[in-house]
Design a protein around this ligand. Structure first.
Ligand SMILES: C[S@@+](CC[C@H](N)C(=O)[O-])C[C@H]1O[C@@H](n2cnc3c(N)ncnc32)[C@H](O)[C@@H]1O
Length: 159
């Protein structure tokens, strides 16, 4: 397995230790999800590009995972308190669209979200505030020549 980048290690460490269900959304290489396979009950790999998911499926032999070729706005989650949904390496508007789709599908959204948008961070924060997501933590890290903000949030109960 390839070594995780400093950024992905930080994201991994922010996932609550008692989370059992992980969504590696917009997963591309799937490095984050792969690194979690040994310790988690289930890891979902999702990407909109078919060949990305097809080659991940061929290279991973673990039984505790599922592969989905789709726009991440279309996922159906388990909606559990011990479920973590990670969106990293995509723009802020993509994160917002995915959150909005989930918010509309599940009136009581229980999962935690780890968001590391590449741009439009302020727009994401405004969206989170307006839509009753509680900020659990925000980390700013430097990985090589870039700074990254990583937000951990959960929607307020009965919001
Ligand atoms: C730069 S990679 C990020 C990979 C990984 N998450 C990371 O942080 O290193 C972005 C990936 O997001 C996928 N993607 C972009 N929009 C998407 C969407 N709406 N639904 C699913 N996948 C999407 C792209 O196909 C691409 O593989």
């Amino acid at each position: 397995m390839n070594k995780l980048s400093f950024r992905l290690k930080k994201i991994k460490n922010l996932i609550s230790s008692d989370s059992n269900i992980i969504w590696d959304l917009c997963c591309d290489h799937g490095q984050l999800g792969k690194s979690l396979l040994p310790n988690k009950k289930k890891v979902y790999f999702v990407d909109i590009v078919p060949h990305i998911i097809n080659s991940l499926e061929k290279s991973i032999s673990s039984k505790n995972c599922e592969f989905q070729i789709k726009d991440a706005t279309e996922i159906r989650i388990e909606n559990r308190i011990d479920e973590s949904i990670v969106m990293a390496g995509v723009g802020g508007w993509t994160c917002i669209k995915i959150l909005e789709a989930l918010k509309n599908k599940y009136c009581n959204l229980k999962s935690e979200f780890i968001l590391a948008p590449q741009k439009n961070l302020l727009t994401v924060k405004e969206y989170l505030l307006e839509n009753e997501f509680t900020l659990i933590s925000e980390d700013i890290i430097q990985d090589k020549k870039n700074y990254y903000n990583i937000l951990k949030v959960r929607r307020k109960e009965n919001a």
